[in-house]
Design a protein around this ligand. Structure first.
Ligand code: KET
Length: 468
């Protein structure tokens, strides 16, 4: 076979030229239209073509345009797209404060020591295999996850009223819960806080629920709009689902107080609303796993029903392992058994069964007293570093005399600061200072360190003094 300098076959080139020839195309078109016509004897290339039996059709490689030609370019995700833009920026000063992912003081991603240890143990255990997990996931992991969120002494667990299924991190747990509700629950409207994590709307809409919002944040006080929240929930139709952030509300960093949670519980229960907790930050808000689960435990303890989506992405740093759990607290044990059987029917056609590795890491840590303790110490260190970053940023803005009241930076809780910076100010900071954050003005405090604080403070100062 002849080869040219680039190593391509001459035959291949001839074939491409032949396919592109007007006569070949006209013959093809005629055949396609069912018209009997031949502009020349059958082309030699045509007879050599290995798929002679294939008539030109929209999906055939040798005819017309792509069947996907009308697919339009989608915009980047508002959160994950920030990382895409950051990665493209060649600047050495660039800082990524977009996605909620923890970084060390050195600006590096962190794999917890206890996670490394658990992984070593798993790797060194020759009895471990790679068989499929059951549809509902790793049984140990499910039991331990329920205990972690509801408390070891939870009556609902003791009475076998909780069904827990391992899912693909927090997002997967929300989606499976959403699809279960859309199929088996009588009220298909879910109320989500305004604002909320950007993906909530899409997850629940695609699960088949209709999404409405309740007031949550007051931009003037940069705190909770508690009155608005109560008003909106009291107007919701009886039975409606209410999405609640268990702690460290994303993006606002504003959580209700225990007293406010209690008022919300009374309203939700008396109206027959169904609470669906999103717990993506247990341990990250206060540094205590128990304190951050308090809201969920208040609802689980009253004997009523609720759902909880747990994620181990942030609190165990298992982002890419996609480890999470969906728990449904039912009123009766026999209901829980039937609910589990239906959850399996949601999961099986979606992804069949969940991955084994991350859940095994979590189970190894949660079931070993000493490893569990090591985890709590490492988790507290992460939470403390974030709290420390809040103080440093606040002090840096104060030192620069940046106009505005920035006390919300130290008052807000969890991974994010909802700065109050507007879209134009954010765009300015990205363009001029290579500081990347979501366009709603949310900053991931976990991405900040002592070296980048002054740069961020300069960027904020310039943005608020130059752009209104
Ligand atoms: N709930 C909330 C409130 C949340 O902030 C996230 C992730 C998730 C669920 C899902 O996490 P998962 O990795 O599926 O366990 N939030 C960060 C990352 C993202 O947007 O995917 C973020 O807001 O930056």
């Amino acid at each position: 076979m002849a080869h040219d300098k680039a190593g391509k076959t001459m035959e291949g080139d001839n074939m491409r030229a032949e396919l592109a020839s007007p006569i070949f195309r006209l013959n093809t078109l005629a055949r396609h239209l069912g018209v009997s016509c031949s502009l020349s004897p059958p082309s030699p290339m045509e007879s050599q073509f290995p798929n002679q039996a294939i008539y030109p059709s929209p999906t055939a490689g040798f005819s017309g345009g792509s069947v996907f030609a009308n697919v339009v370019q989608a915009p980047e995700d508002p959160i994950l797209g920030v990382t895409v833009a950051y990665n493209k920026d060649p600047s050495r000063m660039k800082v990524n404060l977009g996605v909620g992912a923890y970084r060390t003081e050195e600006g590096k991603p962190l794999v917890l020591n206890v996670v490394r240890r658990a992984e070593q143990m798993l790797v060194n255990n020759p009895s471990r295999v790679k068989e499929y997990l059951p549809i509902t996931g790793l049984a140990d992991f499910n039991k331990l996850s329920a205990k972690l969120i509801f408390g070891a002494d939870s009556p609902a667990i003791q009475e076998n009223r909780v069904v827990t299924v391992q899912c693909l991190s927090g997002t997967g747990s929300l989606r499976v819960g959403g699809e279960f509700l859309a199929k088996h629950y009588h009220e298909r409207t879910i109320y989500i806080p305004q604002p909320t994590w950007g993906n909530h709307t899409k997850v629940f809409m695609l699960a088949g629920l209709s999404v409405k919002t309740y007031r949550y944040y007051d931009p003037t006080t940069r705190g909770l709009n508690f009155k608005g929240l109560l008003e909106d929930l009291s107007m919701a139709p009886s039975g409606a689902i209410v999405l609640l952030h268990a702690c460290a509300h994303n993006p606002t960093g504003v959580d209700p107080t225990v007293g406010q949670w209690e008022q919300m519980r009374l309203l939700i229960r008396s109206k027959g609303l169904l609470p669906f907790f999103d717990s993506a930050y247990q341990g990250f808000a206060s540094g205590s796993l128990d304190a951050d689960a308090q809201s969920v435990r208040m609802f689980a303890a009253d004997g009523g029903e609720c759902l909880t989506a747990q994620s181990y992405a942030k609190n165990m740093g298992l982002y890419g392992e996609r480890v999470g759990a969906l728990s449904i607290v039912c009123k009766y044990a026999d209901v829980a058994v039937r609910v589990e059987s239906q959850l399996k029917l949601v999961i099986r056609p979606m992804y069949s069964n969940p991955p084994i590795h991350g859940a095994s890491i979590v189970a190894t840590i949660l079931k070993d007293k000493e490893m569990y303790y090591e985890w709590t110490v490492e988790l507290k260190a992460m939470a403390n570093r974030i709290i420390n970053m809040r103080q440093q940023l606040f002090d840096a803005l104060r030192a620069r005399g940046t106009p505005g009241d920035w006390t919300h930076i130290i008052k807000q809780i969890g991974m994010f600061t909802f700065t109050g910076l507007n879209k134009e100010q954010v765009a300015f900071m990205t363009q001029e200072y290579h500081v990347y954050l979501t366009s709603d003005g949310r900053i991931s405090m976990a991405g900040l360190n002592s070296k980048t604080v002054p740069h961020l403070a300069d960027a904020i100062h310039a943005a608020v003094t130059r752009i209104k």
